[in-house]
Design a protein. Structure first.
Length: 292
């Protein structure tokens, strides 16, 4: 990772740590929230918030709040995704999943608390966001996380388990389950700026949709090629559950070619939005070129 992205990755960790430390909540619940949110992960969603916002001259104070919110929402989704009623995983980021480390009830509540904390962070006066920006970002995040985004995609994924899917059906699942929150990170980072325009949002949305799908394709490829130790989660878990993946449908080589094609389309779409898109291009490369 280049030094600029590493700097913002570390910044996101500091902001998240502070946000969770200051909460008034039962000790066990707070411990479970911190367990799944801090000290792990690539902070891709936070990096997308920072990189997009900086391209449009957004203040760091606003970006801090929104980056933390996106990471809280992501952590919530992982906790619930790992539950026995969902994917029943026992390993995440190289350590026991939340419901194994604590218990199922605590894991559910920790996920619930992180989801609502995401909106709290955006709405807080300390965020530096205007009332209009809070409304816009809250709506964007809710749509991405809810029935038309991540939750809807998860439902489609459950319904598709054990079935043979067409490529367009698989894409539809992952546009919701994975891509919606990635798109929200880009859009919400842009909405932190006072200089965002409808035209720029359109370009960024196109970028986010392409890079979000590429993210999932690479995830599927790594689930085949990388080890459990590298992944920090059980290798081959999706195949074991009978889920369709890109390598299963189109093969490993074609999957990598498709991810690269989506990456090139993504970066081409934001050439004109700013003179400072370097960090955003670097995050896109990190997503597509990562090895685990």
């Amino acid at each position: 990772m280049n030094p600029v992205l590493a700097e913002y990755q570390a910044r996101a960790e500091r902001v998240l740590t502070h946000s969770l430390e200051s909460l008034q909540t039962p000790a066990k619940l707070l411990a479970a929230m911190q367990y799944s949110t801090l000290g792990g992960g690539k902070r891709v969603r936070a990096l997308l918030v920072y990189a997009t916002g900086l391209a449009l001259d957004a203040p760091l104070q606003r970006l801090d709040a929104v980056a933390a919110a996106l990471e809280c929402m992501h952590a919530y989704s992982l906790i619930h995704d790992d539950l026995p009623a969902m994917d029943d995983d026992d390993l995440r980021r190289g350590k026991a999943t939340n419901h194994i480390a604590f218990d199922q009830a605590t894991a559910i509540l920790a996920g619930d608390a992180l989801q609502t904390l995401a909106f709290e962070l955006v709405a807080a006066q300390e965020s530096g966001l205007s009332d209009a920006q809070v409304r816009t970002i809250t709506t964007c995040l809710a749509n991405a996380a809810g029935r038309t985004g991540m939750v809807g995609g998860q439902m489609l994924d459950i319904e598709a388990t054990g079935k043979d899917l067409e490529l367009v059906q698989l894409e539809n699942i992952h546009r919701g389950k994975t891509g919606a929150i990635i798109s929200a990170a880009v859009q919400c980072g842009a909405y932190c700026s006072d200089y965002v325009t409808v035209e720029k949002i359109d370009y960024l949305q196109h970028f986010a949709e392409k890079i979000g799908l590429a993210f999932q394709i690479i995830d599927d490829v790594l689930d085949v090629e990388a080890s459990t130790e590298q992944l920090g989660k059980q290798k081959g878990a999706d195949a074991a559950l009978g889920k369709s993946t890109y390598p299963a449908l189109i093969g490993l080589e074609n999957s990598r070619h498709l991810a690269e094609k989506l990456y090139r389309e993504a970066i081409a779409s934001i050439e004109s939005i700013s003179d400072n898109t370097g960090p955003l291009l670097d995050v896109a490369a990190l997503i597509v070129r990562r090895q685990f």
